[in-house]
Design a protein. Structure first.
Lengths: 551, 112, 180
């Protein structure tokens, strides 16, 4: 894991002092709310329905147990004993006071964390594959580049007042778990025929009210040029991105309006104008950072763990959890543990401080002191010996953290929705709860197989509904909440935007509608055909008939 | 059947802690919607707006606005779900917010 | 409006002409960029110093040709959240411009340090903020991760410091025309 040096420490400490001063000036009236808002947002502080909300950055989703414990401490001391893990690998606290915020930032700085640029019209927290450094299919760990970009984008003087927010995602594996094609910039690492490593640079993906898949502007950018090249992209966007209409201000609209070719030409022209400086320092810095992400000292183990196999035979509950929640590790004898934060009827992504402390302890004992936050709002122990999986499961069960639904119908992504968010037009969480209760039977979920159900409480699409295999969008119709269903979206390497199936539903009708869709799928699928592929083969018609024919 | 009056309530968030507050008859901000003034006519809403603007300037509160509400049996209730959630707390965590602190007013959410 | 330069309020020595105003005999004069382009033939003979007032939709490459003849470039911030001028400032500095670069419009102390880092050297500011608030704002962050910024005394670039042994190639950015 990356560790701060004296510069990083000094940087976050100065930033905290700066925010303390800004908050005091706001409280004294020296700053107006309009002047203060961008400043607090760039420190992660929103004003939501019930109170201030603080979004803490978890860069590329990686945490140590010490950091996780500090998140639990903050939840207890300054919030209501819980936090909400988000689709951008961050954590949010919902009951924060402005007058406490600088103290919280100081507590974060103690464990090498911050809330810098988790909001605002600037470059946001860089996200990546939650299995980075562990996944069997990975070419190289993308987190060094994530850290390089975190540093470079932090308080960038030129790019702190962009037309709109800007999100970067990075993946080092062919199977895209970081949704890079629906980010403002997506970076995908790959090898060329000569075996060298380079980056595909994609621009202009995004969700919100105008969902788009990113276009590729460079196929194979050398790693040391990433910062300079991204700087050129950012400058083109900062200069030419629309500022007359905030709904058209994201870079995807610029790329769309001037066309991918013209946009590419502008970026290349800007890149060619960069000063005569080498990228030597960036290269050195990347090497320095990469050393922190050296693989932990894995033991030499057999691929086959008799203890693990025996435990599966002895404990059917464990066997199910192992089947669904463990993923292939690149080192023999190891596995990736996916802890579901989606218990039946629960709030997706929420964890209590006790749960956080338990997960921290398990990471310390069994996972080389590392945890990850995934964009589907779960927690991951990336480096676990198969021999230890049973002990972990046994510790998770009483804490309600052992739900064996990873990647299944109950593993729902949901934004906080109108229960918390001031932008929401409808509630998301109760819909998610109703669906997860509807599919409470894990036999049914397993029979259905992998499916991504994503729920957003407004058009801003924080719940990623456009790229859910099944997407649900909550809207307001004459003062009442109602929900649109889309099918066929994907955020993976086969990215696509879902299509609206038909007229919307009232909140209490949604779970039944989802059941009808999945029943139809099970009836019509070919052997081994996952929901997304069945939908792509069948088209919307059978699902429309199932939902609307009777009416 | 008790009389139902429809009108508007002035709300904001208290600046220092973000708490949802409502403007009362005495011109103070209170955490309970039951203490709020329900403005029934334009003159009354204008008075609430003037007061709120002053207190925004005085950095007591921020983000003030009027919302539609009704008085039923002497108790005030927001018409729209969003504002009901602000007056009570999350519908999915009845143990949190005003509804749990005894400041939620008369119209509580029910367990799902 | 006070003019802030080198950590002090100073008197503006420039005369700012509109599109139609007659040219004086000499002295320091700014001209809107569109007029500067149109009337360059005659303006080139102006005996005093010339400055250009840009809008934040002007393109740096269009200005490039005139930069060697200018002693002041003025760039506006119509709203403090409109960040285009940061990029134009950087482009103009990358083009080698060494003269005064002035920010006008909606400028707040909390954006001041960013402006100095991208190369602004003077600031037309509101009376609302006393000199002290600018002086404080200018030294809140002593570190920046980005390379090639303008640095004031006491400011350092983290990456360059970390890799000081890697002899960095000289760049136009390393000059500090308004240090202190």
């Amino acid at each position: 894991m990356y560790r701060y040096d004296e510069f990083d420490h000094q940087f976050v400490q100065e930033r905290t002092a700066q925010f303390r001063d800004q908050a005091n000036r706001r409280l004294s009236g020296a700053l107006t709310e309009d002047e203060f808002r961008p400043l607090r947002l760039m420190n992660g502080l929103y004003l939501q329905l019930h109170a201030y909300m603080l979004r803490v950055a978890i860069p590329y989703g990686t945490l140590s147990s010490k950091q996780m414990r500090q998140l639990a401490y903050i939840a207890d001391k300054w919030d209501r004993g819980y936090g909400h893990f988000t689709t951008r690998q961050n954590i949010q606290y919902n009951w924060i006071k402005l007058e406490d915020t600088a103290d919280i930032l100081a507590a974060l700085a103690e464990v090498e964390m911050h809330a810098i640029q988790t909001s605002g019209n600037c470059i946001r927290n860089v996200t990546t594959d939650h299995w980075a450094g562990a996944a069997a299919d990975e070419i190289a760990d993308p987190r060094p580049v994530g850290e390089l970009l975190r540093q470079w984008s932090s308080l960038h003087p030129e790019f702190s007042y962009l037309p709109r927010k800007f999100k970067i995602a990075v993946t080092g594996a062919p199977n895209d778990r970081a949704a890079v094609k629906v980010h403002d910039i997506g970076l995908r690492l790959h090898r060329n025929d000569a075996g060298a490593i380079g980056w595909e640079v994609m621009v202009g993906g995004g969700q919100g009210r105008t969902p788009m898949i990113a276009v590729t502007v460079r196929d194979f950018l050398p790693e040391r040029e990433l910062v300079a090249y991204i700087e050129a992209i950012m400058r083109v966007y900062n200069l030419y991105g629309r500022r007359d209409n905030k709904f058209k201000a994201r870079i995807k609209i610029l790329v769309h309006e001037i066309g991918a070719e013209k946009f590419k030409a502008e970026v290349e022209a800007e890149y060619a104008r960069r000063p005569e400086q080498t990228t030597h320092v960036e290269e050195k810095e990347l090497q320095r950072i990469a050393a922190y992400f050296a693989p932990p000292a894995f033991e030499k183990l057999s691929r086959f763990s008799p203890a693990f196999e025996e435990a599966k035979l002895l404990h059917p509950g464990f066997a199910r959890w192992a089947r669904n929640n463990l993923a292939a590790h690149r080192v023999d004898g190891y596995t990736i543990v996916n802890i579901s934060l989606k218990p039946e009827g629960g709030i997706p992504g929420d964890a209590t401080s006790d749960q956080m402390r338990l997960m921290a302890e398990l990471a310390e004992r069994y996972s080389h002191d590392e945890l990850r936050v995934s964009h589907p709002q779960n927690i991951i122990l990336p480096h676990v010996k198969k021999d230890d999986a049973l002990a972990i499961w046994q510790a998770l069960v009483p804490a309600e953290l052992a739900t064996a639904n990873y990647g299944l119908a109950g593993d729902i992504i949901a934004c906080p929705g109108m229960d918390y968010c001031s932008l929401a037009t409808a509630r998301s969480i109760p819909i998610s709860q109703a669906i997860s209760r509807k599919f409470a039977d894990l036999d049914v979920q397993e029979k259905i197989g992998p499916v991504k159900i994503n729920i957003s409480g407004c058009i801003n699409a924080c719940g990623h509904h456009h790229v859910g295999h099944i997407g649900i969008l909550g809207l307001d119709k004459k003062g009442e909440e109602f929900y649109q269903i889309t099918l066929g979206g994907s955020s993976a390497e086969n990215a696509s935007i879902g299509s609206i199936l038909g007229p919307g539903f009232a909140g209490h009708e949604v779970a039944d509608a989802i059941e009808k869709i999945l029943t139809t799928y099970v009836k019509l699928r070919q052997p081994g055909e996952e929901f997304l592929y069945a939908y792509r083969r069948l088209g919307p018609q059978p699902f429309k008939e199932a939902l609307y024919a009777a009416a | 059947m008790s009389e139902v009056e429809k009108g508007q309530v002035m709300t904001a968030n208290r600046l220092r802690d973000g708490e949802v507050v409502f403007l009362t008859r005495s011109g103070e901000w209170n955490e309970k919607i039951d203490e709020a003034v329900l403005a029934l006519e334009p003159q009354a809403t204008a008075a609430l707006e003037a007061r709120a603007n002053e207190d925004v300037k005085a950095t007591l509160v921020t983000g003030s606005y009027l919302f539609d509400a009704e008085r039923v049996g002497g108790k005030i209730r927001a018409l729209h779900m969003r504002e009901r959630i602000r007056t009570l707390g999350p519908t999915v965590r009845l143990d949190l917010g005003k509804q749990a602190e005894g400041t939620g007013g008369a119209f509580a959410f029910k367990e799902a | 409006m006070p003019l802030l330069k080198n950590n002090a309020f100073i008197t503006d020595s420039w005369l700012h002409l509109g599109a139609e105003d007659a040219l004086p005999e000499g002295g320091n004069v700014t001209i809107p960029f569109s007029r500067l382009k149109n009337e360059w033939e005659s303006l080139a003979k102006f005996p005093g110093q010339l400055g250009a007032v840009l809008s934040n939709t002007d393109h740096a490459e269009d200005v490039a040709h005139f930069l060697p003849h200018l002693a002041l470039v003025v760039l506006p911030f119509p709203a403090f959240v409109d960040g285009r001028a940061y990029s134009i400032a950087r482009q103009i500095r990358l083009l080698g411009y060494r003269g005064e670069l002035r920010a006008t419009g909606n400028i707040l102390p909390d954006q001041f340090q960013y402006m100095t880092q991208v190369g602004f050297s003077s600031f037309e500011v509101s009376e609302r903020f006393p000199l002290q608030s600018w002086q404080q704002a200018s030294k809140q962050m002593s570190l920046a991760y980005q390379r090639g910024l303008y640095r004031r005394v006491g400011e350092a670039e983290v990456w360059s410091e970390r890799h000081a042994d890697t002899a960095p190639e000289p760049t136009p950015w390393e000059e500090q025309p308004h240090a202190g």
